[in-house]
Design a protein around this ligand. Structure first.
Ligand code: PAF
Length: 296
């Protein structure tokens, strides 16, 4: 427990909702603006870029570190999700975060909330790609994100574009759903994918890749970047490029595409033009499920 104290002059780790709300109230009373970065921990440079931006653009930066059980439809995936709060706290402290909110699942949810299925209306955005593969996943994401927004009342919320569908759904929740108005003037800030020098999109799941698998996984981003050139070839159609990406990744031993879909960036529905299109891929690299995307 000693660890869950003020760990330096600036950053404080909070584990209860009431302490978080008290801290937020004091910030608001002092007229400070608040930026929130929701995370599930196992932080990497991608998260760090969100936090640095939140620190720069707000008086106070709150980072939540919570592996949200309600968004996992695979118990093994939840159990294997990497956790290292001490390393996360060190990183967050070194880049200027002010508060880390790291509750237990029991603190975050009642037993009923933990076990019941929340149903939100996302106008179909949750029915494609990740939503099709992971039923209930986005309900769990919105359950926790809306709770964090409620507790922190942030001016800005920071999310990475690697989870492009998640970002689209959060925008929808804030702007158009029945929750509009609930979160005041909250602005969602889209942050670009951060890649390793090799091109591999940064992800907490990369920690689960062996050195060899990490090398194999490079074919994912390489193929996505190649596909930008393929899309410019004379007569290239969306369907052709889509299939070419799937074939190129599947040709690499150790990789298996779950889906690759080129969709409209706003509706997430299949499109037959490269205008305003994004290609979203999910690939198994050994047992690890990786996602990435590319805008055309
Ligand atoms: O993107 C994530 O890490 C999670 O889905 C989020 C937004 C922190 C909610 O648990």
């Amino acid at each position: 427990m000693r660890f869950f104290e003020k760990i330096n002059e600036i950053m404080q780790i909070i584990t209860t909702k009431s302490a978080l709300q008290e801290a937020v109230k004091a910030c608001k009373a002092a007229g400070k603006t608040i930026g929130l970065v929701p995370t599930m921990g196992a932080l990497h440079e991608g998260h760090a870029s969100l936090v640095k931006r939140a620190v720069k653009e707000n008086d106070v930066c709150v980072v939540s570190v919570f592996v949200n059980p309600t968004q996992f439809n695979n118990k093994e995936d939840l159990a294997k999700y990497p956790r290292n709060i001490e390393r996360d706290a060190e990183l967050l402290s070194s880049i200027g975060a002010h508060y880390v909110f790291a509750p237990t699942p029991e603190e975050m949810y009642s037993t009923e909330e933990m076990n019941s299925m929340f149903e939100f209306d996302f106008a179909g955005l949750d029915k494609v790609m990740e939503g099709k593969m992971r039923p209930g996943h986005f309900n769990g994401v919105v359950q926790v994100v809306s709770r964090l927004f409620y507790l922190v009342q942030p001016d800005k919320g920071y999310f990475g574009e690697k989870d492009f569908q998640q970002l689209a759904i959060i925008h929808h929740m804030v702007e158009r759903s029945s929750m509009a108005g609930t979160f005041g003037n909250l602005k969602i800030i889209d942050c670009p994918i951060v890649r390793e020098e090799s091109g591999l999109a940064m992800s907490s799941r990369n920690e689960r890749l062996s050195a060899e698998e990490k090398q194999t996984a490079l074919a994912i981003s390489k193929t996505l970047f190649d596909s930008l050139k393929w899309a410019k070839e004379e007569g290239a159609t969306v369907a052709d490029v889509q299939q070419r990406v799937i074939d190129a990744i599947n040709a690499v031993e150790g990789l298996e595409v779950e889906y690759y879909e080129i969709v409209d960036q706003t509706t997430l529905l299949p499109t037959d033009t490269f205008n305003h299109a994004i290609g979203c891929v999910t690939v198994y690299c050994g047992p690890v499920r990786l996602i990435d995307n590319i805008k055309y």
